[in-house]
Design a protein around this ligand. Structure first.
Ligand code: GLC
Length: 803
């Protein structure tokens, strides 16, 4: 029990406090990150982690001890930590004295057997985000959650737990943010004021009390520091941002070819086709059904010629097939790679292929063996891999997974080499599965960026795989659910995610599929997928009227690829998600400091500059209000500047009448958005100019990142990065295209610059000080000035209105 103060030991980076034979240790890893650990029986828990990067774990900041008659503690250059001598309550504040987190009165930490629980005061105006894609409202306040990876086919709005466990959340109060990461892989749970109105708490059924408090105050800074702690998503191949078409399953080679041909014939831009379990022989991973797919390698090659990348599912369960010459089973058995029962026998559980065995992914040697299984598919030209069912899902059992006492062997730097039971490993099992795939692919093709899609994962899993939200349903409320799920995933390190477009279970009505494809355009991963036995869900299935709307949105995604890819590259460096809640970009948008998202449910930012505003109730016909943060905004589709909210600075409210063919999108004044001419796939080199959409406004700027899209050569300098800026000194406009950095060569030879909010009838333009080089035209109806100029390097434009 942590209650009686019985002594303290200062450390260069923190302190230890003793309470009987319990130890509370708080260390500063940086000025803005503290790690809290508690151990019983005079011992701290094992200092090891599946999530935290080794480099970060060793990081340490010097502190100044601060002790008085009431508290012991320390300060860093940013934070002050105090522990009360009376009851060992911990509080963390900034140096101005703003309390950032404080243990609750009475019971800061409790233990019941192996379980523990940590209680914190919950201010009335604090809001909570994160924990991955847990369903329910975007703000976690008032809700509680269990983290235990679970296969939840047809999950609904209140289903919990679901597929992933990411024990990281943000607490946001009056524009000030902290992040809290509980690094515990056991079944854990979080309660944000549900059990008790003014307390939030977290705990687990076992494992260490080991948590990190990350200070912002800016929420972006918290995400950036969380990325420092647990890693970022590596830059994925460009093709993964194209439109992806899937279903459970395209059952024959002919059907797959038919879909590919139809996508091209219908001119639906697309890049990726998925093969779900039925391409395999009786659902056995790493096999191909030669009857239904007689020319598998040829098919992959032909599809590649049609500019498709194929992603195949490779589930982790290996069919238990003794003496059947099934290589994954035989080689796995020979190498002792499968999870065992406590008596040393193999654990066998039924999944898609029938009785199956399960790789012991917590061992390096097993991960290496697993990675090697991809050799044939990689040589056949399969471009990416889909790791499903890795909670792991086990059929016909009440728990839907392996028994708790199943044995896993740990071989991992930082951990003692030991056997752990499933209760400890369950929540990292899927992450280690995707890690084995990712690392295996890198070994097989060392200069190619792997693409791995996983269903289950844990904190830090973003380093290995992108993810999707599992088996949603083709219902209007699931379309609504998509946005908070992806936003919270993005705030939990997983910026690269999608929800099945059109819904998995069931068949969408035509309007629903159309609205879903519209929203999918602005998802990090845009994959249309549906279950077995449902109606077809490709964009053309409901006639030409629907198809043309759907096509238009998918086309827009392709036009926006330079912007989307630039945002993804930023994510790979600093952990900023692609889709962002409003408070991330505008943390002080409201007068009383509450997150703006509470007033604007389901609105989100796609990258830094575009605000997407679906109706929260997408099936309703009533008009609704879009809430825009202070500053000017432009209608992305018409180009028009929105009327100002009057002379008062503050939020703008725009009333929108829902229309089937419009998903409202707004561009933020002060942005420059790079775009490209339409292509039918990411293989195709865009023909024509690089388009820069300039929305003049304060701090006007933008960026562009390009590279070859598939290899790791960008790490050796083969990329192109450009920065853009604009200024509006009185009466005129200056646009600057910065000098390209890096050795990658641009595809364009001209620029087309579109300037929005242009009120004059014509323009006089100087390019690098010279007149008469730039062609210009004005669209007076939409107030757009378009400039065409040669070049792909640095350029400076001075633009003055002509009456
Ligand atoms: C699971 C997946 C789903 C997949 C199906 C068959 O339900 O979540 O996406 O299509 O298994 O592999």
């Amino acid at each position: 029990m942590l209650d009686v103060f019985s002594g303290t030991t200062p450390l260069p980076n923190g302190l230890q406090v003793k309470s009987g034979n319990a130890i509370l240790e708080v260390r500063a890893m940086r000025d803005d990150v503290v790690r809290v650990r508690v151990g019983l029986k005079d011992k701290l828990p094992e200092d090891a982690s599946w999530a935290v990067l080794a480099g970060a774990r060793q990081s340490s900041a010097n502190v100044v001890a601060e002790n008085n008659s009431e508290t012991v503690g320390f300060r860093t250059n940013t934070l002050r930590v105090k522990i009360a001598r009376s009851d060992l309550r911990l509080s963390v504040s900034d140096l101005e004295g703003n309390i950032l987190q404080e243990d609750a009165e009475g019971w800061p930490v409790t233990f019941h057997g192996q379980d523990f629980r940590v209680y914190k005061k919950m201010p009335e105006d604090e809001h909570y985000f994160g924990l991955g894609d847990k369903v329910g409202p975007f703000d976690r306040r008032g809700q509680s959650f269990v983290l235990w990876n679970t296969d939840t086919f047809e999950f609904q709005e209140s289903t919990d737990p679901i597929y992933k466990s990411i024990p990281f959340f943000l607490a946001f109060r009056k524009g000030r943010t902290i992040g809290v990461f509980l690094d515990n892989t056991w079944c854990s749970n979080f309660d944000f004021g549900k059990a008790s109105r003014d307390i939030y708490s977290f705990g687990a059924d076992g494992g260490p009390i080991d948590y990190y408090i990350i200070y912002g105050p800016d929420p972006k800074r918290v995400l950036n520091t969380y990325a420092w702690l647990t890693g970022t998503a590596p830059l994925p191949p460009l093709w993964s941002f194209g439109y992806q078409q899937s279903r459970y399953s395209y059952e024959t080679e002919n059907r797959v070819r038919e879909i590919a041909t139809k996508l091209r014939a219908e001119k639906i831009p697309s890049d990726v086709l998925y093969l779900d379990i039925d391409y395999q022989q009786q659902n056995r991973p790493f096999t191909v059904d030669a009857q239904r797919f007689p020319h598998f390698a040829d098919m992959i090659r032909n599809l590649r010629q049609q500019h498709f990348h194929v992603v195949t599912i490779t589930d982790l369960h290996i069919a238990r097939l003794a003496e059947s010459k099934y290589f994954p089973y035989d080689s796995g058995l020979a190498g002792d790679h499968f999870v065992k029962n406590p008596d040393g026998s193999l654990y066998v559980g039924p999944v898609w292929p029938g009785p199956s065995v399960f790789p012991d992914f917590t061992r390096q040697s097993t991960r290496d063996w697993w990675g090697g299984l991809y050799g044939n598919f990689v040589s056949d030209g399969v471009a990416g891999f889909w790791n499903d069912m890795n909670e792991p899902s086990v059929f016909f059992t009440a728990t839907k997974t392996m028994p708790p006492q199943t044995q896993h062997r740990i071989e991992e730097p930082g951990f003692a080499k030991r056997t752990a039971n499933h209760l400890e490993i369950h929540n990292v099992y899927g992450m280690e599965n995707s890690r084995a795939t990712y690392e295996g692919l890198l070994k097989l093709t060392p200069n190619l960026r792997p693409f791995v899609l996983t269903r289950a994962t844990y904190a830090g899993g973003q380093r290995y795989a992108s993810t999707w939200t599992g088996d949603n349903s083709s219902m209007w409320n699931h379309l609504r659910l998509t946005t908070p799920m992806l936003l919270n995933l993005g705030l939990s390190g997983f910026g690269l995610s999608g929800a099945d477009v059109g819904g998995f279970a069931g068949t969408p009505q035509p309007d629903l599929l159309t609205k879903w494809i519209e929203l999918g355009t602005f998802q990090p991963i845009d994959r249309n997928h549906t279950a077995k036995g449902t109606g077809d869900q490709e964009p053309w299935v409901h006639g030409t009227e629907h198809e043309s709307i759907r096509r238009r949105y998918i086309e827009e995604r392709y036009r926006l690829l330079p912007y989307l890819y630039t945002t993804a590259e930023e994510m790979s460096r600093n952990g900023m998600p692609i889709v962002r809640p409003l408070f991330l970009e505008f943390p002080s948008a409201t007068e009383d400091g509450h997150p703006l998202d509470l007033d604007a449910p389901n609105q989100f930012l796609f990258g830094p500059s575009l605000l997407v505003a679906p109706f929260r109730f997408p099936d309703e016909l009533d008009s609704y209000a879009v809430v825009l943060p202070a500053g000017d905004w432009f209608d992305y589709w018409t180009g028009e500047r929105l009327p100002k909210p009057g002379s008062q600075p503050g939020l703008t409210r725009v009333t929108v009448q829902p229309r089937l063919d419009v998903l409202p999108v707004f561009a933020r004044a002060g942005s420059i958005i790079p775009m490209q001419p339409l292509t039918q796939s990411t293989d195709e080199v865009p023909q024509g100019p690089l388009i820069l959409r300039v929305y003049p406004g304060p701090n006007c700027g933008g960026a562009l990142y390009q590279d070859d899209g598939t290899t790791l050569d960008y790490k050796k300098g083969n990329y192109l990065r450009m920065n853009f800026s604009c200024e509006a000194p009185t009466g005129s406009l200056r646009v600057h295209i910065g000098a390209p950095e890096g050795s990658y060569r641009a595809w364009w030879k001209q620029y087309e610059i579109q300037i929005f909010g242009w009120d004059a009838r014509a323009a006089r333009v100087l390019l690098n000080g010279k007149p008469d080089v730039v062609a210009s035209s004005v669209d007076p109806q939409h107030h757009v000035l378009t400039l065409g100029l040669p070049g792909n390097g640095e350029a400076d434009l001075q633009i003055s209105p002509l009456p």
